[in-house]
Design a protein around this ligand. Structure first.
Ligand code: ADP
Length: 162
């Protein structure tokens, strides 16, 4: 069975992430979307909230599992007996960071963890969680950027209705 892990912050999950998850779920038998618990960042949503949002938004994809992890991706992947990481590429600005991340993981896993890149759907190439958080913080309408459930969570977090 082919399994791939899609790691990320997902703070919160956007239509850009969902597009990558949907396409990856058609390429592999099993996808583990895993929220990175990064203590050096101060996220808007807790890991539990991000996991719940991802579960709500991917419930229709039967081969997608939602999880979370701390520490090194290579250690987590080994624990899951998985040799493929999925990452999304939006623009050249992503490329430097993603190349570094992929090469580091390949090296420190001694060639055990490959990274597969999916290029963004053009419709979502501008879209990031940072943008979504920024718009929502000013009480803007994010309904074109994230699913309804995530909209509600954002409106609740920032104390407004749209
Ligand atoms: P971000 O805060 O930039 O959305 P994440 O850590 O949540 O970052 O992203 C996880 C992965 O998803 C990364 O590989 C990132 O490049 C990718 N990604 C994020 N947004 C999009 C998008 N709109 N289209 C395609 N890939 C994306």
């Amino acid at each position: 069975m082919s399994t791939a892990i899609y790691p990320g912050s997902f703070d919160p999950v956007t239509y850009g992430h969902i597009d990558i998850i949907t396409r990856a779920s058609g390429m592999f038998d099993h996808i583990i979307v895993s929220v990175l618990n990064n203590p050096s960042k101060s996220p808007l949503f807790t890991v539990e909230e991000r996991v719940t949002m991802l579960k709500e938004c991917t419930a229709h994809l039967k081969n997608v599992e939602i999880d979370s992890f701390s520490g090194l991706l290579v250690d987590y992947a080994r624990e899951k007996n998985c040799h493929i990481a999925i990452r999304g590429l939006r623009a050249m600005t992503d490329f430097d960071y993603e190349l570094h991340f992929a090469q580091t993981n390949f090296t420190i896993s001694k060639g055990d963890l490959e990274t597969v890149f999916l290029t963004t759907d053009l419709a979502y190439s501008f879209l990031s969680s940072t943008t979504v958080r920024e718009i929502a913080s000013f009480h803007g309408d994010v309904s074109e950027l994230v699913p309804k459930y995530v909209c509600k969570c954002l409106y609740k977090k920032f104390g407004y209705e749209n």
